[in-house]
Design a protein. Structure first.
Length: 487
């Protein structure tokens, strides 16, 4: 069953559910309708949560870690068997290149299930011996699932970021209710089909479609029988969810926005730095929370670097996902394009020099109905400008000069966000010294977007709360109890 040109249904308690209220799934490439999405109301969300709760007391609650690992590997196998269908769904929903969907998004989805299936077996406890007046006392810890986990995933990397949460949650023995973005229902619906085919027990994986406020997202985040919530998306939405769960004092993990910096020192490998910053600024049309919207270049190479960035940005291939060598696809929607274009206008008002882009491309075909913008580079803005402070989430960067390490460290840290940064230098001693002083969750040196899934991931400030990845995911998706025994 293809996810394209169809009714995108909810999946609750092992059954696909159709609702009377639907809304269209619109292609960002050409504005055409891909299908209708069934919106889950509060009653259906409640059924999903109750099914997830019941599954904890059914066969799933009795599964061993080894059996859960076997099921997760079966899910990974199922994704691989339908790999091209997942690619089709991801490309249709997002407008990204087919090559990227194959190499990154769907491949990482498979990898997430395999990685956490295997890591789950390494989640041991602690044991301590203490001598007391009563004799030798032994204390040890055991991990338990939280229970029902709500997973609210974003539209920019739908499959990658959804499975990044679903896989460890299930590996730890939880049940889940997933709400994907209303913009990207395709791969989530396909994953529900794979879960069904892989024999995942009813109620363990539930999928509800809808919007945020006044829809499935709000109903899920406010549900009293949710034990933990993990969310990736806008900082403002994260704040809203946090307020909704505060009275219940629920476990939360938020990976939110970023206004990330790339720092280029004069001693860098120039060509690699240019290529790296082009990639970190414009990958996925700038719609990655880790993208570099602020670029700081040491003054001796500033003019040369700006010229090289302009040349590379102007040469980037823009167009439809199936074009070989496509580097810039559409934005996710016309609504999001309007937001990005509003920043293009604001940058001019704030005094920016437009080095490249800053406009909508014209194709003379159906792509003109899509949500495209040109990759854009600015210079000349003060550090206080809104375009330097606020997350834009489009193919855009502002390049500014700096002189000293102390100066650039202060510039990087002068942000309410603290997700990621990158540094380009041949001086490894400098790299160690500078990166330790950045108030961010992850720093790359002479690379970008390279991650070992066993390492912690998350941000500070408006970029989020908590860490996921490897052991840190297992820590979030399970609770630890201490058992003390006096023999």
């Amino acid at each position: 069953m293809s996810s394209l040109h169809k009714l995108y249904r909810n999946y609750v308690d092992g059954q696909f559910e159709q609702t009377d209220k639907t809304f269209p799934n619109i292609s960002p490439v050409n504005g055409q309708e891909l299908g209708q999405i069934c919106e889950a109301n509060a009653e259906l969300v409640d059924r999903a949560v109750r099914a997830a709760r019941a599954a904890l007391h059914g066969p799933w609650g009795q599964t061993s870690q080894a059996e859960r690992a076997r099921i997760l590997h079966a899910v990974a196998d199922g994704i691989e068997k339908r790999f091209e269908a997942f690619v089709d769904a991801e490309v249709a929903d997002t407008g990204r290149s087919r090559q990227q969907a194959r190499k990154l998004d769907i491949r990482r989805g498979v990898q997430n299930f395999r990685t956490f299936a295997d890591l789950g077996g390494l989640a041991g406890g602690e044991c301590f011996e203490m001598r007391t007046d009563e004799g030798d006392v032994f204390s040890y810890t055991v991990r338990k699932p939280h229970g029902v986990v709500a997973i609210i995933s974003p539209w920019n990397l739908p499959m990658l970021l959804m499975t990044w949460k679903v896989a460890p949650a299930l590996a730890c023995g939880n049940t889940v209710v997933v709400k994907p973005s209303e913009e990207t229902p395709g791969t989530a619906t396909l994953l529900a089909e794979v879960m069904h085919e892989a024999g995942v027990p009813p109620g363990v994986f539930n999928l509800v479609h809808g919007f945020g406020g006044g829809s499935a997202g709000e109903a899920l985040s406010r549900h009293p029988d949710i034990d933990a919530i993990t969310f990736t998306g806008e900082s403002r939405t994260g704040s809203t969810i946090m307020k909704a769960v505060a009275d219940g004092v629920k476990e939360v993990s938020f990976e939110l926005g970023g206004k990330n910096a790339a720092v280029v020192f004069a001693d860098c490998d120039f060509d690699k730095a240019v290529a790296g910053v082009v990639r970190s600024s414009f990958t996925n049309t700038g719609q990655v929370c880790l993208c570099s919207e602020r670029v700081y270049v040491q003054r001796p190479i500033f003019d040369r670097f700006v010229a090289a960035m302009k040349q590379r940005a102007d040469a980037l291939e823009i167009g439809s996902p199936d074009v070989d060598g496509l580097e810039i696809g559409s934005l996710i929607s016309h609504t999001h394009r309007d937001k990005v274009l509003s920043y293009f206008e604001l940058a001019r008002e704030e005094g920016a020099t437009v080095v490249a882009g800053g406009e909508v491309p014209h194709f003379g075909d159906e792509r003109d109905n899509g949500a495209y913008v040109r990759p854009t580079i600015w210079t000349g803005l003060p550090e206080t400008a809104r375009c330097v402070k606020e997350e834009i989430f489009g193919p855009v960067c502002h390049i500014a000069p700096f002189d000293t390490e102390a100066e650039v460290i202060a510039m990087v840290n002068d942000s309410r966000y603290g997700l990621a940064a990158s540094v380009w230098t041949r001086d490894i001693a400098r790299a160690h010294q500078v990166t330790r002083q950045f108030d961010v969750g992850i720093v790359w040196v002479n690379t970008w977007f390279l991650r070992d899934l066993r390492t912690p991931f998350g941000g500070t400030g408006l970029s989020g709360i908590g860490r996921e990845g490897g052991r840190h995911s297992l820590d979030f998706y399970s609770s630890v109890s201490t058992i003390c025994i006096n023999p």
